[in-house]
Write a protein that binds this ligand. Structure first.
Ligand SMILES: [Zn+2]
Ligand SMILES: [Zn+2]
Length: 253
């Protein structure tokens, strides 16, 4: 099983990266978390065929997480996709995805493949080769975190630290956590529904994660400062390199 990050920035894109989105794969097939950036291009750069996309998962309906959704569907249609594509998100984000789908008259395209919009709350669901447990996190809008059911990875999307982490996130191998800045700005970050790098590291320690990936980064804060304050709390922390596979070892193979 592996993860590939297509983007790691928060709302504002930088020279180095677009907004956060990432792939989880067990084979040549994969699922996509968040829809931002030049997705088909980035999926190819990560070594995957866009047509092998099995499911799309969106954490919430803020623009940096959802804007590329209609373009992704349009690209897949132009590439000749036939099989259905399931989309999973909380009811707010599903509504926004449907609006974008309809805004560009995508359902009316000739031979458009079926896009199934699944509004999820807390029930585990199957997405391609993965089983995913969703849970609510605390942000300024209804937002969902996701944990891979075997414990390989957990994604805390945009969130502060004032919510209780479900027990099933404990001992996740990789915690993907947003970090909107350093501890100097913690109060303001928390008020806006975000976390500092220090707080992300404390959460990783709290749930006994093996590894922490900081994402949803600000474009104007030194990443070294964020890494340093996180590393002070939690040893195995990284800012993922774009498009590089992060392998997640599983106990039984
Ligand atoms: Zn965001
Ligand atoms: Zn947000």
């Amino acid at each position: 099983m592996n993860l590939s990050f297509l983007g790691i920035n928060g709302s504002i894109q930088s020279k180095e990266s677009g907004n956060v989105s990432f792939i989880a794969a067990k084979s040549s097939h994969f699922i996509l978390f968040e829809t931002s950036g030049a997705l088909c291009s980035d999926i190819r750069k990560a070594g995957f065929d866009p047509l092998n996309l099995d499911a799309v998962i969106i954490s919430h309906c803020h623009i940096d997480h959802i804007y590329a959704f209609p373009s992704l569907i349009h690209n897949l249609w132009l590439l000749g996709r036939k099989r259905a594509l399931p989309v999973f998100a909380n009811p707010d984000a599903i509504e926004k995805a449907k609006m974008l789908f309809n805004l560009f008259a995508l359902p009316q395209k000739r031979d458009m493949f079926a896009v199934s919009f699944n509004a999820i709350e807390s029930e585990q669901f199957a997405a391609g080769e993965f089983h995913i447990k969703p849970f609510a996190v605390e942000h300024c809008f209804p937002t969902t975190g996701f944990s891979e059911a075997s414990g390989a990875f957990t994604y805390f999307a945009d969130c502060n630290v004032s919510w209780s982490i479900p027990a099933f996130c404990n001992k996740t191998k990789v915690l993907i956590h947003e970090a909107g800045g350093t501890a100097d700005e913690e109060k303001a970050l928390n008020e806006k529904g975000h976390s500092s790098a220090r707080q992300a590291a404390l959460r990783a320690k709290q749930i006994n994660a093996s590894k922490l990936c900081l994402v949803h980064l600000p474009f104007d804060v030194d990443p070294c400062a964020m890494l340093a304050e996180a590393a002070y709390q939690f040893s195995d922390v990284t800012i993922p390199e774009l498009l590089e596979k992060i392998e997640i070892g599983l106990e039984n193979g």
